[in-house]
Design a protein around this ligand. Structure first.
Ligand code: NDP
Ligand code: ZN
Length: 353
């Protein structure tokens, strides 16, 4: 079989592999839908991939059909159509039992795809501990929707959960790429009254409004902090979610956050040694402002709940797919498109059925 791999920094190419084999608790899945992620850009073109062997198959966003399972897998069988989470931790580890499965074997080790083994951009891929990770695609949920669950939905919604969005909150979301858009939708579902979304791409702005953004702030039009403070009559916001931009967005988020508020970061940042935080906005160190940041959660239970939201008509993540391809080999073009980020792009996806 073949897969699309990172050859070296800045270079991708097709490689040949033996078809993977399932261990006793594992599944082999054939993709029916694939999407590239901005995190892949960090791994291929940025600073987050130099530890990878040359020829590692990329990809961690997929929905697919189960091809085979190990003899200890209870709840999945060949032919089942499944959502595959980007994060497939080892839930037997002590950090997992403490609630930090994303870091089950060390920092960010809960995503074996790409980092420890081949990813999903292959004709078949391996999923460890299938019963713990996979979720059946419910009737009525399309592949376009299902492929957005395992990373985009879980990540964006987690931003809103980490930021502790409450009924009636005023929330600022920095960045409305697909991750930020799902953060907007998550904040909306959690009951935010006002959602101030920061971004500029016109079709992302349109979708942000559809997902519940009440005000849009273009960071090109002057200081983001001033724009948010003006819109809130100097009060600032209850919660901040950072999902785009550089390290400066954390300091900006702290500036607009009220005392007692939480900033939930889901953006993977690079090109900096440290994160600057203005001391005055931090109340000389005493402002009771919390910063959280994490890798998104995976897990079958969460995937089932996210899919239930789609089935119930509470959210349609497929609105984010602006570029749709239909052949397996098109994942290369989709990934290159993600790298180029033309102005009309939100998310590309390859949908095979
Ligand atoms: P995109 O590049 O599509 O979106 C980035 C957004 O940030 C755009 O809306 C962009 O605005 C906006 N932006 C850029 N500069 C600024 C700025 N200075 N201030 C405010 N907003 C700004 O990225 P994705 O949505 O695909 O991914 C976002 C991040 O999430 C990536 O770093 C990715 O690696 C990470 N990620 C993290 C995961 C996790 O587990 N925590 C999982 C998946 C992804 P504009 O509209 O002008 O383009
Ligand atoms: Zn991702």
């Amino acid at each position: 079989m073949k897969g699309l791999a990172r050859i070296t920094k800045g270079e991708i190419g097709w490689v040949e592999r033996e078809k993977p084999v399932a261990g006793p608790r594992d599944a082999i899945v054939r993709p029916l839908a694939l999407a590239p992620c901005s995190s892949e850009l960090h791994m291929i073109w940025g600073d987050m991939g130099d530890y990878m062997p040359s020829g590692r198959i990329m990809g961690h966003e997929a929905a697919g059909v189960v091809d085979s399972v190990g003899n200890e897998v209870r709840d999945f069988k060949p032919g089942d159509r499944v959502i595959v989470p980007a994060i497939t931790p080892n839930y037997l580890r002590v950090p997992s039992q403490r609630g930090f499965a994303q870091h089950c074997d060390g920092m960010a080790s809960g995503m074996p795809f790409c980092t420890q083994k081949d990813g999903t951009f292959a004709e078949y891929f391996h999923v460890n501990d299938a019963d713990a990770q996979l979720a059946l695609i419910p009737d009525g949920v399309t592949l376009d929707q299902a492929v957005m669950v395992g990373d985009m939905m879980t990540t964006g919604f987690y931003g809103a959960e980490m930021a502790n969005v409450q009924l009636g909150s005023t929330v600022a979301v920095f960045g409305i790429g697909p991750v930020g858009l799902m953060a907007v939708a998550g904040a909306h579902l959690l009951g935010a009254a006002r959602i101030l979304a920061v971004g500029s791409r016109p079709n992302a702005v349109k979708v942000a409004k559809e997902y519940g953004a009440t005000e849009i702030i273009d960071y090109h039009n002057g200081d983001t902090v001033k724009q948010i403070m003006d819109l809130t009559n100097g009060a600032g916001v209850d919660a901040v979610i950072t999902a785009g931009g550089g390290v400066e967005t954390i300091g900006q988020g702290i500036e607009v956050l009220q005392p007692g508020g939480t900033l939930g970061n889901i953006n993977a940042m690079e090109h900096a040694e440290s994160i600057p935080i203005p001391l005055a906005a931090w109340g000389a160190g005493l402002a009771n402002k919390t910063i959280k940041g994490d890798v998104c959660p995976g897990g079958r239970a969460r995937m089932e709940r996210l899919a239930a939201l789609i089935k119930a008509g509470r959210i349609d993540p497929s609105k984010m797919i602006t570029h749709r391809f239909t052949n397996f080999e098109d994942i290369e073009e989709a990934l290159l498109l993600m790298h180029e980020k033309p102005k009309n792009l939100i998310k590309p996806a390859v949908i095979l059925e």
